[in-house]
Design a protein around this ligand. Structure first.
Ligand SMILES: *[C@@H]1O[C@H](CO)[C@@H](O)[C@H](O)[C@H]1NC(C)=O
Length: 258
């Protein structure tokens, strides 16, 4: 009888041990979304088909603040930031950039381009690398950096070395109601031409080459995808389980730890 009790206590501890170590290892990946912009932003997430909504799809993030969000293993999707939102206004779109049907919580709805996109593909278990990149294929609104929280340098995607909105040529500009450039369309988005979108006759890397617009994007933000077949592909793979995504990283350049 006494022995049975001892065994069951041991068994309980064993279960507890597995539960706790499982929790410590995590079955999810953590993202710290940080706003270093001198203005508020409304970060948003949208999952790829079949994946769950993360952080309700969107939230408010005042200047200088960081929010922790988690995505389960196998999650893939995008993270972007909306700017200039006014949810009490009746004008459409509610946000000057990245708007998702005027809602605070996008709940799976993708944002209106142009917006700088962080594209993420999370591992199926903790031994495999996560893949991510930053894409300007649909255009740009804010600079962003991505880094492992451990600051492993091979895991990091730097910000931009130039302010793309101030360099944006007139034909690609998105203006707010005050006439300020708040985003810059990609040539694909602005002209919807196969040549710029790398579609149909131009649908392969040898047919779709950089152009003066994509070169301008590459020059300002060298670590991002400047067009669909950017080479070498600025895709990062990293086995960390904690990442920092910083909007407006310091000096429009390197990422900064939280
Ligand atoms: C938001 O919109 C409302 C209604 O149009 C307006 O009264 C208010 O001033 C706006 N707020 C900001 C911060 O622009």
């Amino acid at each position: 009888m006494k022995q049975t009790k001892q065994y069951s206590a041991y068994f309980l501890l064993l279960i507890l041990h597995f539960l706790l170590s499982g929790y410590a290892r995590g079955t999810f990946v953590t993202f710290y979304i940080s706003n270093k912009c001198p203005f508020p932003i409304w970060p948003a997430t949208a999952a790829n088909a079949g994946q769950p909504v993360v952080a309700e799809g969107g939230f408010f993030l005042p200047s200088g603040q960081t929010k922790r969000i988690v995505a389960p293993y196998k999650w893939s999707g995008r993270v972007w930031a909306r700017t200039g939102c006014n949810f009490t206004s009746h004008t459409k779109p509610i946000c000057e950039t990245g708007d998702c049907g005027g809602r605070l919580a996008c709940n799976g709805v993708i944002g209106l381009p142009p917006a700088t996109l962080v594209q993420v593909s999370v591992q199926s278990d903790n031994s495999k690398p996560n893949y991510y990149d930053v894409s300007l294929v649909d255009g740009y609104n804010l600079p962003v950096s991505v880094a492992a929280r451990s600051l492993d340098s091979k895991c990091s995607i730097g910000g931009c070395s130039k302010k793309l909105n101030s360099l944006c040529p007139r034909e690609l500009q998105v203006l707010n109601s005050q006439g300020k450039v708040v985003a810059c369309k990609s040539a694909c988005l602005a002209f919807n031409h196969d040549l710029f979108c790398c579609m149909n006759d131009y649908g392969s890397p040898d047919k779709c080459k950089p152009n003066m617009y994509s070169n301008m994007f590459k020059n300002a933000c060298p670590s991002y995808y400047s067009y669909a077949f950017d080479t070498p592909a600025p895709l990062v793979s990293c086995t960390s389980s904690e990442y920092v995504i910083t909007f407006c990283p310091s000096k429009w350049g390197q990422h900064s730890p939280i």
